[in-house]
Design a protein around this ligand. Structure first.
Ligand code: ATP
Ligand code: MG
Length: 153
């Protein structure tokens, strides 16, 4: 899913002089989920990273812990002011109207992303520094061995 989303934004990223780095992973567990929703989540986050970054870098990490699978999308873009961070998942919320006017967009992307992540049983976190960059992390809890057994029976 991540590779596919990366392909979809790679031309735009190249045009803007952005380096897209997908960190290779040895192996991660498979998770059950709706592939289309997963694609929308990753693509929306990547599109934002490209839109709000000028000739910088976007890095994608995918990793797992004993009980979760997580991925992060980190950019070196314009960042989000700290006082606006609590609102970015609200519908139609856009940071600094003046700056958003020139980039286009409706302010719906992240509210949809959050809904989709939660529908899949996951959580999303953001950390950002103005003029430094932004990192979104999406976490899915892995089913326990007992839950796996229950599902099969
Ligand atoms: P849409 O996604 O509906 O086309 P949008 O990108 O403006 O429009 P969201 O994706 O919901 O809307 O993002 C909300 C706001 O959060 C954006 O307007 C932008 O200001 C800020 N934002 C989101 N992602 C980033 C990012 N990676 N770097 C900096 N600002 C961001
Ligand atoms: Mg968006």
């Amino acid at each position: 899913v991540i590779k596919q989303a990366v392909r979809m934004v790679s031309l735009k990223a190249k045009e803007k002089g952005i380096e897209l780095i997908v960190h290779p992973v040895a192996s991660v567990p498979l998770i059950r989920g709706d592939r289309m929703r997963m694609e929308q989540i990753v693509l929306n986050l990547l599109e934002n990273a490209v839109r709000y970054t000028e000739d910088g870098r976007i890095e994608i990490h995918l990793r797992s812990t004993p009980d979760s699978l997580l991925f992060s999308i980190e950019d070196t873009g314009i960042g989000i002011p700290e006082d606006e961070l609590p609102y970015i998942f609200d519908r139609f919320y856009r940071v600094e109207k003046s700056r958003s006017r020139k980039t286009g967009g409706t302010g719906l992307g992240l509210s949809i992303v959050k809904k989709l992540v939660e529908l899949q049983g996951g959580t999303i976190q953001v950390s950002s520094k103005r003029e430094i960059g932004t990192r979104f992390t999406v976490t899915f809890t892995l089913p326990t061995m007992q839950e796996e057994k229950d599902e099969k029976s």
